[in-house]
Design a protein around this ligand. Structure first.
Ligand code: ATP
Ligand code: MN
Length: 468
């Protein structure tokens, strides 16, 4: 095929006025037609929409056209013309077709049953080529960009925190160990334990469960930072909201108290939803029409409502009253328990009908670094709870007082040895500061309306599953 004309992406073709000679490349979604004409729906991933290719069969090699099957990759040259059919403004009147990659129609999965989300997770090449995952993956990319743009516009510094860490006391979940020791021949120390001094880093190391502790070092030097990277938790919870490898956004801000922290979290998440509504309309509309016709309304309503702020203690009172009034929860509820997502969703969906920020949790269910309240029982935590999801953000004001932090570490029996570097921020020029963590895939669950967290990440990692 001659190369004088550059390829135009389908998204741009669909926005063009008719008249030009164009070159399109992509994968065939469908081919239909009659004796004289074939209609090919071509998609190249740049948009959820296909461009229609009209082929004059009488002027086209039948053998070539037979190779243009669903899934095949083709290049098409022709004139962009006004489309008479409904659904699109323009189409390509093909003058030349080249098959770049054939797709065996017998072996290519095409049956309806072949397109369940579970099945698609097992077919690596096909999944991203479906309309649904195309939409989800474009949204994911757009949201990542929106996050960077948001923080960049506010002067936050993007801080890269390590994925391999020796701090084993973050308390956020079970960690994956990182080692180069020979598992069949593990060196032992005098007491018969593993001799980690022989390991690659000379000590026990793991994959990070959170970049926060390192993030605090950034914030107490640069002012306002955020991290955005992979996070690993070896939690054996096979739920639709947990992955073993996920991405987290963790802003950390010097001189922010918990109120400033909440205000930022609310503004941040609303900005992201607004960005999606303004920039990803075609993909959102597809997901709305195909799976969840309240999606667009739900997104719009989050942008337009003020989040409800209340304390954990007040939240528990509401939940206990619900139980007294006959509402059935799977898990019991009383002051001191860690809320389950059914509880969180009750507050958000049934009671308040809008996103909720719960504050001042019992210290015993929260991490050691959270600022202790005067009551001796609670800490200045804030969790943002969302419809359909439950917890989407977890954050707090941090304990800035060395003495209090030190006492809490003792109380919890944590090892100080791996935390000295962190405690130095409180020893030398300590400052009030706050931060939070947003699970990127939880955000995407909300934005796409997808039901399972495995379906908002290109290559999900869950217990017993690390394919591709
Ligand atoms: P949950 O109670 O839902 O397990 P968590 O209390 O362990 O969450 P944090 O430690 O506060 O969560 O982590 C901050 C954010 O990271 C959470 O609000 C959530 O959005 C996200 N998150 C936590 N664990 C996971 C996971 N296993 N997979 C995906 N996202 C997660
Ligand atoms: Mn968890």
């Amino acid at each position: 095929m001659s190369q004088e004309i550059l390829r135009t992406k389908v998204k741009d073709l669909l926005a063009k006025a008719p008249g030009e000679d164009v070159l399109a490349k992509g994968w065939v979604r469908t081919k239909r037609g009659n004796k004289e004409i074939a209609f090919i729906a071509l998609n190249d991933g740049s948009t959820i929409n296909n461009i229609q290719i009209v082929v004059d069969k009488t002027a086209t090699d039948a053998e070539l056209l037979a190779k243009v099957t669903t899934g095949a990759c083709i290049a098409v040259r022709g004139k962009l013309v006004e489309s008479i059919g409904s659904g699109q403004a323009v189409e390509i009147q093909a003058s030349e077709i080249e098959v770049l990659g054939e797709c065996d129609p017998v072996r290519y999965p095409l049956q309806k049953k072949d397109t369940t989300f579970e099945y698609l997770r097992t077919v690596a090449h096909m999944r991203p080529r479906t309309n649904t995952f195309g939409a989800v993956l474009r949204l994911r990319s757009q949201m990542a960009f929106a996050i960077h743009e948001y923080f960049h516009s506010k002067g936050f510094v993007y801080l890269h925190t390590p994925l391999i860490t020796a701090a084993d006391a973050e308390g956020a979940g079970n960690m994956f160990q990182v080692t180069t020791l020979d598992l069949l021949n593990i060196p032992k120390d005098k007491k018969g334990g593993v001799d980690f001094s022989k390991d690659f880093f000379g000590k026990r190391t793991s994959l990070t469960v959170s970049g926060q502790l390192e993030g605090e070092l950034g914030a107490t030097a640069l002012g306002e930072i955020y991290t955005f990277g992979p996070t690993f938790r070896a939690e054996n919870s096979n739920t639709p909201r947990h992955l073993a490898e996920f991405w987290m956004i963790e802003p950390e801000m010097a001189f922010y108290d918990i109120k400033d922290n909440m205000a930022l979290a609310e503004d941040f998440i609303k900005s992201l939803v607004r960005y999606a509504l303004e920039n990803c309309h075609d993909d959102l509309k597809f997901l709305n029409d195909r799976y969840d016709n309240e999606l667009l309304d739900r997104l719009q309503s989050v942008v337009n409502t003020e989040f409800k702020i209340l304390t954990y203690t007040e939240g528990i009172e509401i939940l206990e009253k619900a139980v007294a009034d006959g509402h059935k929860f799977e898990y019991p509820v009383s002051w001191g328990v860690d809320l389950q997502s059914e509880h969180e969703r009750y507050l958000v969906e049934q009671h308040f009908g809008r996103p909720v920020i719960l504050t001042d949790y019992p210290k015993d269910i929260k991490a050691f670094y959270m600022k202790q309240n005067e009551d001796g029982k609670t800490v200045r935590a804030m969790d943002v709870l969302f419809p359909k999801i439950g917890e989407i953000i977890g954050g707090s004001e941090r304990e800035a007082d060395y003495g209090k932090l030190d006492a809490r570490i003792d109380e919890l029996g944590m090892s100080r040895r791996t935390l000295e570097w962190y405690l130095d921020t409180r020893r030398f020029g300590s400052c009030p500061h706050s931060g939070f963590g947003l699970g990127f895939e939880r955000l995407l669950l909300f934005i796409t309306g997808m039901q399972n967290i495995r379906d908002v990440i290109p290559f999900p990692r869950t217990p017993k599953n690390a394919e591709f």
